[in-house]
Design a protein around this ligand. Sequence first.
Ligand code: G6P
Length: 609
Amino acid sequence: MCGIVGYIGDGNAKDIIIDGLKKLEYRGYDSAGIAVYKDGKLEIRKRRGRIVNLEEAISNEDLQSGLGIGHTRWATHGAPSELNSHPHSNADNTVAVVHNGIIENFAELREWLSKEYGIVFRSETDTEVIAQLIGIYYDGDLLDAVYRAVDKMRGAYAIGVICSKEPDKLIAVRKESPLVIGLGTDCNFIASDIPALLKYVRELYLLENNETAVLTRNAVVIYDAERKSVKRDVLHVTWDAAAAEKEGYDHFMMKEIHEQPKGISETLNRRLTPEGEIVLDGISLTKENLENFNKIYIVACGTAYHAGLVGKFAIEKLARIPVEVDVASEFRYRDPFVDDKTLFIAISQSGETLDTLAALREAKKKGARILSVVNVVGSSVARESDDVFYTWAGPEIAVASTKAYTTQLVCMYLIALYMGRLKGTLSKAECDKYIGELKSIPEKLERILEKEADIEEIAKQLYKTEQVFFIGRGPDSGVSYEGSLKLKEISYINSFAIAAGELKHGTIALIEQGTLVVALATQDRLFEKMLSNIQEVKARGAYVMGIAKEGNTDIEKQSDCVIYIPDCMDEVSPLLAVVPLQLLAYYIAKLRGCDIDKPKNLAKSVTVE
Ligand code: G6P
């Protein structure tokens, strides 16, 4: 959500910034802009829509400069217009600002700036308030003006600032929204996320909350809130730029679907000894801790929340501890029963989702122990947790999450098994059986990927549909929610997921001749019940696509088409059952001509409430 790139050095800021912004496209945006310092002035250019619009607009302009900031905006305050796009500047255009996040007291500050200083605002944004504040405080010292402005601001933000009166520096501030600093030779960078900088640098600083960085061509100095300089360890990025490229696939989403076997193996290998023992290095959960917990909350958003739904089944079944799963935006405002007997599990791919982070803080304040399942190393959720279980899926670029989900599921199974063993609710033999199953998943998943062409054929018959229902029971119901989300996210088809047994209590009223129902029937013990639910919708004219385990061919009698997944234990079937649904959503979206990796209105990492 919103992307920032800034550059200071001997290179051409414009090209470096445009290139970096393109790498951040996955975050979601609806306009783009750039400001560079040239001939004593700040030159600001903005365009609605994709970065290429901006690129084309400035392609013939001589904007050669060694200092600049750029931004992709995901509209919050004001429509996605050119006027509201970043960078924003102060009254005399000497200060330019790019900003991620929200300034909560912006209306108040806007009024104050208008009344006291006669500022006439040119946009509806909260960001312009920052530029105007820095402008009025500027008195020959940009850093000082930034500190004074920040002092007035409430909210969550990451900002980049340049000033035509001090063209030897680029200033960045972080509060809640992520910001990294790239350390080059005779040049330095800022960005909202690492992929933007990988082409240029491998050494980075991660800016912490309430820190301000002053970047010059040859140095980076980080200051804390009290303006004392702080030391920071250099983070050396080991994953290569190719990990953030499409490698021949048409879309990142398809590449990431195909990376799932590898991601799952990696997640397992990091946590299993060659003998198959689960090792939770760096996670200090003891038997006593577990016995102390009387409940677990799993809290997350979007796809991560759906991983939590399956996690609940796994933990309750294997470790026999009651689990509640909640969406983070609800959890934080409903005064939940949290105390020091609560284990709070946050699941987040990015580790920066504001609602998840806020829920985590709420739980921490009330004494809960915090365990997080996170993909991005060093992210805010990871840093604020007592224990972190990394998913090791590698960078996920497509907005619609795929490999993050399946690796999150693996983590939830490992946590459940570990807890089950620690508590004694699971025998060694049973645990070994589950581990064996998990280890067989990558190969089974490859076998589903081989059926890609079959799923594409099914998609060809179904892509014009305007309404889809996903149904399932037990862990399959969690997968139904994820399948439905994937479809609506990238194909914009109205889809709805519901526990199959609940269908008859209202939703079945919507089933009519030709309505598409995707029925997940991968649970052996619930298979017959599912067949009855399928019959219920068939009787009302539904077109049914069944998902079942190989061998359960009875489903063919009630379904119009079936995709089989390899046989596996019921508990781990979500790891396989979700894959045909990811592929179905992908092909349907492709046939409908949708922008698969960058769906409209969506952002990869949602850093606002
Ligand atoms: C956004 C993304 C979803 C994601 C959700 C949670 O809405 O578009 O794909 O599932 O945020 O993100 P997180 O990074 O916390 O897993």
